[in-house]
Design a protein around this ligand. Structure first.
Ligand code: ZN
Length: 359
């Protein structure tokens, strides 16, 4: 008999846990791992999950670098997966003990906008939910709409891939869908961060014939090729566009996934797309100004925005569960959660593509 555990179960309340810790950003390049209040059920539709893994997102680097200015310390982290600890009284489908993956936008998954596949514009959406997933526990609003459970508890080696479905894979996938990737098409990917690389994986899975990735980093080129890229273009701007035209009989790609968010990347994407082609943009746009007249004459479709990851979660979880895709390869640095600050540094300095944080 296990005396220690039986004693604990008698002396402690059911939902007892030690004080939790989480990651806070205090200002540019000032990441601290510190004691945080335990997340609690606030709305009856909430769930509390114990995170199995967390990670640093490319979009976390905008406030980290001081480009997005924060006025007060903010809890960090919006990508998550883990085990449900507790659910509110109105939660019907999600149950304690389940392993779940959710999106960075909480959504009811029932309104007309959700039903049309745009859960990240849900009429009840809660952006940035959960607040602070680079932590031990997190509160997830609208649990029934936001979370998707795996068939059973996953083996450890699938956890990084399941975590990636929460944002970077779901976002790269949406970039490919928005760019109308389909069998036989030529796809160009602008951006070799985790989202761009998983855009390559997505395009490959969707049957693209040729996948051109724009990258200058040897480690990222290597992973892009593993994920299915067929060509690498190292030039940027007008030279990069010219290179893509060279590779496509002077026409441009059918589909371009824009996974950066800068003006240069957006213009490069539009100019590298053939008339009638599609740009799927999923990098958070910063100071992008598209000249109207140039765009008018381009005949290029533009679609994108915050990925409705929830739309794709059941399919992505199924592909990962059955080992058809291995998106977890984008994590090339693993750190204990308390060393989150080093994860930010490594990504900021491009020493790592994406940092996995283990509680
Ligand atoms: Zn909705």
């Amino acid at each position: 008999m296990d005396l220690v555990h039986s004693a604990m179960s008698v002396s402690l309340p059911k939902n007892w846990r030690s004080t939790m810790h989480g990651t806070m950003l205090y200002g540019p390049r000032d990441v601290r791992f510190e004691e945080r209040p335990d997340p609690k059920i606030i709305e009856p539709t909430d769930a509390i999950i114990k995170l199995s893994a967390a990670c640093v997102c490319g979009s976390d680097l905008w406030p980290y670098r001081g480009i997005d200015v924060i006025k007060q310390p903010v809890p960090m982290g919006h990508e998550y997966c883990g085990i449900v600890e507790e659910v509110g009284s109105a939660v019907r489908n999600i149950k304690p003990g389940q392993f779940v993956v959710g999106s960075f936008f909480a959504s009811d998954n029932t309104c007309e906008i959700c039903q049309s596949g745009y859960q990240s514009s849900c009429i009840h959406r809660q952006p940035g939910a959960p607040t602070g997933a680079q932590a031990e526990y997190a509160r997830i609003p609208l649990a029934d709409g936001t979370l998707v459970a795996t068939p059973e508890l996953p083996p450890d080696d699938l956890v990084p891939s399941l975590l990636s479905a929460s944002d970077v894979l779901g976002t790269g996938w949406f970039g490919a869908v928005a760019a109308a990737v389909a069998p036989g098409k030529t796809v160009a990917v602008v951006g070799d961060g985790a989202v761009g690389l998983l855009g390559v994986l997505s395009a490959k899975h969707m049957g693209a014939e040729r996948i051109i990735v724009m990258s200058r980093h040897a480690d990222r080129q290597k992973l892009a090729l593993e994920f299915g890229a067929t060509d690498i273009v190292t030039e940027r701007g007008d030279e990069g566009v010219a290179k893509i035209k060279d590779l496509t009989n002077g026409l441009g790609a059918h589909s371009v996934i824009e996974a950066v968010g800068t003006h240069e990347a957006m213009m490069q994407s539009i100019r590298a797309t053939r008339p009638g082609g599609h740009v799927g943009f999923v990098g958070v746009l910063h100071d992008v100004e598209i000249p109207g007249r140039e765009y008018f004459f381009s005949h290029v479709h533009l679609h994108g925005g915050p990925a409705p990851v929830r739309r794709f979660l059941p399919e992505l979880i199924d592909l990962i569960w059955n080992r058809k895709i291995n998106p977890g390869k984008v994590f090339d640095l693993t750190l204990p959660l308390e060393q989150a600050a080093e994860g930010y540094r490594a990504m900021d300095e491009r020493r790592a593509i994406k940092a996995l944080l283990l509680p």
